[in-house]
Design a protein around this ligand. Structure first.
Ligand code: ADP
Length: 160
């Protein structure tokens, strides 16, 4: 049976930290669906379609990856798409607390779906989408932190 995992997140925008987690998840799972989820509490710079598009461009040459979006819960999406695992990345202790609660919440909704965590590479340990945007909009070179498609998309946002 094909082992399918869901990698859910806001991806506003996708960074090399996210991509590193994705590539490592592909070592463990047969297929990974990167799922752009709507987080009601987060105001995003990029629309859902823009975020999906950037991930599609960044993963165009990576086999066994699909990109999708949902307005519902990641656990519900997983169930509907034959996946039993959600993949997430862990950076610092603050991530742990958030993820710990998230996994308990997910478990309440559907105990048949489990979560698997990958530790952030030290190179990307500081990197979040919000840090990335802050660096970019203050003129810092971010070319080693994101794929080219994201730099282009950020430049377009800056001009708007
Ligand atoms: P969310 O809003 O759901 O936290 P994010 O797009 O911020 O979505 O992150 C999605 C997942 O990727 C989270 O599990 C987050 O901890 C992880 N992640 C984000 N940035 C990195 C990074 N630099 N290294 C490893 N994991 C990361």
């Amino acid at each position: 049976m094909k082992r399918i995992a869901i990698y859910p997140g806001s991806f506003d925008p996708i960074t090399n930290g996210h991509l590193d987690i994705l590539h490592r998840a592909l070592e463990v799972f047969d297929e990974v669906i990167v799922l752009v989820a709507i987080a009601a509490e987060k105001k995003t710079v990029f629309t859902l379609e823009e975020r999906v598009q950037m991930i599609r461009q960044a993963t165009a040459d990576t086999p066994r990856v699909r990109v999708d979006s949902t307005e519902g819960l990641s656990v519900q999406y997983a169930k509907a798409h034959g996946a039993h695992t959600l993949v997430r990345g862990l950076r610092a202790v603050t991530d742990f607390e958030y993820e710990f609660k998230l996994s308990a919440g997910n478990n309440y909704v559907d105990p048949s779906i489990d979560m698997v965590f990958f530790m952030a590479k030290s190179l990307y340990n500081f990197l979040s989408s919000s840090t990335l945007k802050e660096l970019y909009f203050t003129g810092v070179d971010i070319s080693s932190l994101v794929p080219k498609s994201v730099i282009d998309a950020l430049a377009k946002k800056k001009r708007q």
